[in-house]
Design a protein around this ligand. Structure first.
Ligand code: PHE
Length: 466
């Protein structure tokens, strides 16, 4: 099945780019970004976001790729080789995707269902949405017990198959096909959405500059929302980028690659905002956040679009499916890569198929809990009174492991060993951004990641109200 030697390698720089952009572009771009932007001052949010992407996101992506390529290892051993006192941070990075997968796959399963249902509508088959009220349709589906579980398992299996096929044979091949296709589909949807009568209101919701949001503590709120969004969207501190960096050719230009990944992720988030919100506003729907946006409001748009609805619906959910799959395979690889290292250091032959199977079985347990809890509507028991199972896994990954991991990465590269990656970054690139990179790591990434961690924790525990 997997004919690669050792842990595998990307065959081309393009493959690395598609896999990394695929990791970055996910549900965070498609449903998180448009809504958060609209709710936090539109263009004002975008300005803060862009500033953060350039000064914090780009250096962190560059640092993680270089960390991976220099050591040739996944999260845990990469940190260990650079500074053994920071090995714990490798564990953070490798554990985060385990919790992420516990809920990401459930959404992946829902998306698969919606793709199939829209396909059903397209061909007038019995499993279509059939114009049903989109809120009722969603509620019935997620509460149905077995059906959402089957879709979640199928999504999980698709992820295992791709990662088991290896870096060049699975992840690279799939991403190199899925990402360009996704971009074309997204542009078609943007054109359709922006030419609907009434689309302007949606564009206004997303892009209208509202600088009054900066008043008082408002600026902190915007900074927190933009910072956490950026961090998740760029797949930072989740082992994925370090692992992909370790499979990258020594001749490749890390500086340029990091810039392309960061730029593309941001561009796709903006395009997503231009696809989603104009359509929602054109039909006078609720510009909600979270699952309500993706599965209720957007499906209502396709229901209202008349004959062409199922066509655009099928296209849209396929696009989201690709985005979710390229993200879930990156998450899985973030953990698998470190497990393969552990096998190699024990003198064993790395067994990718077995490791993929172990990671996915483990995360399936969590996904089953999230799925049968039906996003909390079933009121299943959950620990610590922290909300739903989805909230628990999200808190562990996005709330704790990822931002804390990012903070310690900034401490390591900004303060403890600022020169450690210099040679690696000079291999294949001019490293023109050296001064900028070092300054940003030291004085911006460190305090901003500390702040993002506080904001994330506050979000879950609601200590301070902004
Ligand atoms: N960046 C992805 C998104 O926006 C999520 C992700 C996080 C993917 C961590 C891989 C690793 O949805």
């Amino acid at each position: 099945m997997n004919k690669e030697k050792g842990k595998g390698k990307f065959v081309s720089n393009f493959g690395f780019l598609m896999a990394s952009i695929g990791s970055a572009v996910g549900l965070g771009n498609l449903w998180g970004f448009p809504y958060k932007m609209g709710k936090n001052g539109g263009f004002a949010f975008l300005l803060v976001y862009l500033l953060l992407v350039v000064t914090v996101g780009f250096p962190l992506v560059m640092g993680e790729i270089a960390l991976g390529r220099r050591t040739g290892k996944g999260g845990i051993q990469a940190y260990k080789q650079i500074d053994s006192k920071f090995t714990f941070n490798g564990w953070f990075a490798v554990l985060a995707p385990v919790f992420l997968l516990c809920f990401y796959s459930v959404f992946g399963g829902y998306i698969l269902k919606y793709f199939i249902a829209n396909l059903g509508d397209l061909f007038n088959l019995s499993f279509g949405v059939g114009g049903a009220n989109s809120e009722a349709f969603f509620g019935n589906f997620i509460g149905a017990g077995l059906e959402p579980l089957i879709y979640t398992i199928i999504f999980h299996i698709a992820t295992i198959i791709i990662v088991s096929l290896g870096i060049s044979g699975g992840i690279e091949k799939f991403s190199a096909f899925a990402m360009p296709t996704l971009t074309v589909m997204l542009i078609i949807i943007v054109i359709r959405a922006c030419t609907l009568p009434g689309a302007m209101a949606g564009l206004e919701f997303v892009f209208k500059p509202d600088f009054t949001v900066f008043k008082g503590t408002g600026i902190l709120k915007v900074l927190g929302a933009a910072g956490s969004q950026m961090f998740f969207s760029l797949s930072l501190s989740s082992g994925a980028i370090i692992a992909f960096g370790s499979y990258l050719d020594k001749k490749a230009n890390i500086e340029k690659n990091a810039a392309i990944v960061t730029f593309s992720d941001t561009l796709i988030a903006i395009l997503a905002a231009m696809a989603v919100m104009p359509a929602v506003f054109a039909f006078n729907l609720e510009p909600s956040g979270g699952p309500g946006l993706l599965f209720v409001s957007i499906q209502a748009v396709f229901n209202d679009l008349g004959k062409t609805g199922p066509f655009f619906g099928t296209l849209f959910y396929l696009l989201v499916l690709f985005a979710a799959l390229t993200s879930s395979i990156a998450m899985a690889e973030g953990t698998i890569s470190a497990m393969l290292d552990a096998q190699i250091s024990r003198g064993k032959k790395p067994n990718r198929i077995l490791m993929s199977f172990i990671v996915m079985t483990l995360t399936l347990m969590g996904a089953i809990l999230v799925c049968i809890d039906a996003l909390g509507s079933k009121g299943l028991w959950h620990p610590f009174g922290l909300g739903t199972w989805l909230d628990v896994f999200d808190l562990l990954a996005e709330g704790i492991l990822m931002p804390v991991g990012g903070f310690f990465l900034a401490i390591l590269l900004g303060w403890v060993k600022p020169k450690v990656l210099d040679d690696e970054l000079r291999t294949g690139s001019d490293y023109k951004t050296e001064k900028f990179f070092k300054f940003c790591f030291k004085y911006l990434a460190t305090p901003i990641l500390f702040f993002i961690t506080l904001v994330q924790l506050n979000e879950f525990f609601g200590i301070i109200k902004f």
